[in-house]
Ligand binder design. Structure first.
Ligand SMILES: Cc1cc2nc3c(=O)[nH]c(=O)nc-3n(C[C@H](O)[C@H](O)[C@H](O)COP(=O)(O)OP(=O)(O)OC[C@H]3O[C@@H](n4cnc5c(N)ncnc54)[C@H](O)[C@@H]3O)c2cc1C
Length: 399
């Protein structure tokens, strides 16, 4: 055990991940951002290092690792390249963990094989008119005989155009048009007819992973595609949100890793850069900034590790995951911004990674549940109350 309570195995995993991150992943990070190309070379490295699909149970070819193990790998990768960190998130958490928890044997085998061979699954919830209010989604799956026919549009889908496996959420209606709840379906790009990648979003940061609009046009699915059944009103979606707590911890970890990387650069530079005849870290204004940055990072890391630990044998606790994501995403933006300031004009140059880190880290108070909406989650858990955000009489879930 050590200060962070990591086991010997976890320290070894962390050291391995850090070594990989410090080499080729660091070297390629600027090019991944500039070219806006998905880093398939890094996917191969992650695969060889057995960092993809670590959390998949051993009977499906994974290593049955815990959330904290995945967090250690994500943290290390993200300090070098946030895009690569996100690939580790999405091959260990989110959609793949939902399939592993709720899928059939056949679905689990298929998803595990795809992830372990390098596919980063996409999770499709958000729509142009249904963001924070995901229950307001209008994508629908109509039962027709023994099939489901899916129609609708999702946007801001991470991996749209590179991911093959898609977990798609839609409102399910029976043959008579009665609403049954929100269900999750598996579809495979280039195999499932009717799944169309319509447009890539031009993003501020995290440019190595496409964010896309995806349209479903009479997408015809067999019953075996249903991975999270609606099970009555809202239940299917509740299962998804349970699995999504792991993704939130993962997203918080990427923000943490980016901020740690930026902090380290600032710390090193503060010793090298001299002004007024002394290293700039001899000025109290910067010493206190370093102190504040390190305090935020330590607190964020404790929240993230704690949330990850809460999920052993299941999914991370909703309250702890939301607290970790809110605090870490907001602190990471501040830490990266402060780190950039240490470099003066150089920090503003595209020749250094600080400006990329500032663009990348900005995302994490938005994607996967905004900081505002997660504060609602925290408040609801503390008050043990449902906190409906809709006006009285407004219930789109049954529409
Ligand atoms: C890079 C990136 C990747 C993403 N990847 C995916 C993905 O893979 N799959 C997917 O399904 N989605 C994805 N998303 C979408 C993301 O989950 C949504 O952007 C997010 O849920 C917010 O929805 P919205 O953008 O529509 O904002 P809106 O819901 O329109 O919110 C606008 C503003 O209003 C605030 N707000 C809304 N409701 C409330 C409330 N009740 N209380 C207080 N404030 C409120 C929000 O916090 C925000 O500040 C991604 C987004 C980004 C930026």
């Amino acid at each position: 055990m050590n200060a962070t309570g990591l086991s010997t195995d976890q320290l070894n995993l962390q050291a391995r991940a850090r070594e990989l991150a410090a080499g080729p992943v660091t070297n390629r990070a600027a090019e991944v951002d500039r070219s806006e190309q998905y880093p398939w070379d890094n996917v191969e490295l992650l695969k060889d290092a057995r960092l993809l699909g670590m959390t998949i149970p051993t009977q499906y070819g994974g290593q049955g690792k815990g959330w904290l193990d995945a967090v250690l790998a994500i943290e290390a990768m993200s300090a070098a390249c946030a895009v690569t960190g996100r690939i580790v998130v999405e091959t260990n958490m989110g959609a793949i963990s939902a399939v592993m928890a709720y899928g059939s044997e056949e679905q689990k085998k298929m998803a595990a094989d795809m992830v372990l061979s390098g596919d980063k699954p996409a999770i499709c919830i958000t729509e142009p008119d249904a963001g924070s209010d995901a229950n307001g989604m209008t994508t629908r799956a109509d039962k027709k005989g023994n099939r489901f026919v899916v129609n609708g549009r999702k946007h801001w889908i991470t991996g749209g155009g590179v991911s093959r496996l898609h977990l798609i959420f839609a409102k399910v209606y029976d043959e008579k048009g009665t609403f049954e709840g929100i269900g999750g379906f598996l579809a495979i790009r280039d195999e499932t007819k009717g799944l169309k990648i319509t447009k890539r979003e031009p993003t501020m940061g995290l440019r190595g992973i496409p964010e896309a609009i995806i349209d479903f046009e009479d997408m015809d699915l067999p019953p075996s595609a249903l991975v999270i059944p609606p099970r009555g009103l809202k239940k299917g979606f509740a299962d998804l949100m349970n699995a999504y707590n792991s993704q939130r911890v993962g997203a918080a970890t990427v923000a943490l890793g980016v901020a740690q990387g930026a902090y380290q650069l600032a710390l090193d530079w503060s010793e090298k850069r001299h002004q007024f005849g002394r290293p700039i870290n001899e000025f109290q204004g910067l010493q206190w900034k370093l102190a504040d940055m390190s305090i935020k990072l330590s607190a964020a890391q404790a929240l993230v590790y704690n949330a990850a630990r809460s999920g052993e044998g299941g999914f991370p606790d909703m309250l702890l995951a939301a607290q970790a994501k809110v605090f870490t995403s907001e602190s990471a933006i501040q830490v990266v911004n402060d780190a950039l300031q240490f470099f003066g004009a150089r920090g503003y140059s595209r020749e250094l990674p600080l400006e990329r880190m500032a663009r990348d880290v900005r995302m994490f108070t938005i994607g996967g549940g905004t900081a505002e909406v997660l504060r609602n989650v925290v408040a609801g858990a503390l008050l043990k109350k449902k906190l409906p955000q809709t006006r009285d009489g407004w219930d789109k879930t049954t529409s």
